[in-house]
Ligand binder design. Structure first.
Ligand SMILES: *Cc1c(COP(=O)(O)O)cnc(C)c1O
Length: 394
């Protein structure tokens, strides 16, 4: 086993920060009231719940009444999409525009809605991994009730022209949702500047606890409830609030935003060092535009090998990486994101996603470059596919 233990899978989940843990502790020990209870303990809990809502709202340029707590990014995506779909249906609209490289929380919700009679247009994404605003504009017609495009892609890290797409949707009177799960806490987020009607976020992607997230819904849009029961979240999301997690999420968000610029600068330098080092590997390619890009994410393909083998050998060297999104690992299908941006199937099989954070050192980056180079070389030495590529290109 290796002396190294390098966590390079922050796009799958991040470590809970000390600040978030400390903020949560009183709510796991002393403060145990139910925010719906009328007695003092309940009212204390309620006060902390609403303080967290206010803090989160302020951090993204929203007002507290526009924030709904959910169990995470997936639930927020489901709720946003069903909200716009059912609001549209009431007005006789049943068409939704999205893209082929969205997270499965979005894509699978859209497939479910197709079975309910909605029509879905999934836009192709150009090879740079950036959805074109004009393609969105062209796909919208009189029956369109929702556009949903992610802020930053979870596999390749490309950042989408959200404000521009939002402007088009406003003009055409179509609701606009963005899955900002990879973006919140990593790049500046302001719901007003972004012209969005709905935005999903998840705490565990910005050093908060797992199993908690939030959905921003612009004032005036009636929110569809997915879970029926009590009157929590103004009747839009039943169930006793996970107050410790909510408070932890608010603390983690405040901390990530406070350190956002400093971390982004540091992480970008390290990410570029990693990218430069790995680009020296022959027949490798970087996936997605590197300018409009999350600081910490790097996605590469190495021809002639399988991403899963690479992943397992790197794990033995103490490097925790991913071959795509955590949600599709376990299946041998190549990433739908890479296929959406036109990477050929054979090449998409050899993909590697590295998502680093500010805790990584230069020494660890150099170790990663050396290890990945070594493992790719080894896998190619035993790969019939690579042998074929070499003989065809002599
Ligand atoms: C992680 C992720 C989700 C799902 O969030 P959960 O909190 O794990 O449910 C949704 N969308 C994107 C882009 C993600 O990266």
């Amino acid at each position: 086993m290796s002396d190294y233990n390098i966590y390079a899978d922050n796009a799958a989940t991040t470590k809970l920060s000390r600040t978030a843990l400390n903020a949560m502790m009183p709510f796991l020990t002393e403060i145990q009231g139910n925010p719906s209870s009328l007695h003092t303990d309940g009212q204390i809990a309620k006060m902390h719940l609403e303080n967290a809502r206010e803090d989160i709202a302020k951090l993204i340029g929203a007002s507290p009444k526009e924030i709904y707590f959910t169990s995470g990014g997936s639930e927020a995506d489901n709720q946003a999409i069903r909200t716009a779909a059912y609001n549209g249906k009431k007005k006789g609209k049943n068409h939704i525009v999205s893209s082929k490289f969205e997270h499965h929380a979005v894509l699978h919700t859209l497939s479910a809605l197709e079975k309910e009679g909605f029509e879905v247009t999934l836009l192709d994404v150009p090879s740079d991994g950036i959805v074109r605003a004009e393609d969105v504009a062209n796909a919208i017609h009189e029956k369109t009730c929702l556009v949903t495009i992610m802020t930053a892609n979870n596999e390749i890290g490309t950042i989408q022209p959200i404000a521009e797409i939002g402007k088009i949707c406003r003009k055409k009177g179509v609701a606009f949702h963005t899955d900002a799960v990879q973006a919140v806490g990593h790049i500046p987020i302001n719901v007003k500047d972004m012209n969005v009607d709905m935005l999903s976020a998840s705490a565990h992607k910005f050093h908060g606890p797992k199993g908690i997230g939030f959905l921003y819904v612009k004032k005036g849009i009636p929110v569809q409830s997915l879970i029926e029961g009590g009157a929590q979240e103004r009747g839009r999301r039943a169930g006793t609030e996970n107050l410790a997690a909510i408070v932890g999420m608010a603390a983690a968000l405040a901390e990530s935003i406070e350190k956002l610029e400093e971390n982004a600068e540091k992480v970008t330098i390290l990410r570029n060092r990693l990218a430069d080092g790995l680009s020296a590997i022959e027949r490798s390619r970087m996936n997605g535009d590197m300018e409009n890009h999350l600081p910490g994410t790097l996605n590469m393909c190495f021809e002639g090998i399988e991403g899963e083998s690479l992943l397992l050998l790197l794990d033995m060297k103490g490097i925790r990486a991913s071959s795509g999104s955590a949600c599709t690992s376990g299946s041998l299908d190549p990433s739908h994101v890479l296929l959406a941006i036109g990477v050929p199937v054979e090449i998409a099989h050899g993909s590697l996603r590295l998502s680093i954070n500010e805790e990584i050192t230069e020494n660890e980056i150099d170790y990663m470059i050396a290890s990945i180079t070594e493992v790719v070389t080894y896998l190619r030495s035993i790969s019939p596919v690579w042998e074929k590529i070499v003989s065809e290109n002599q």
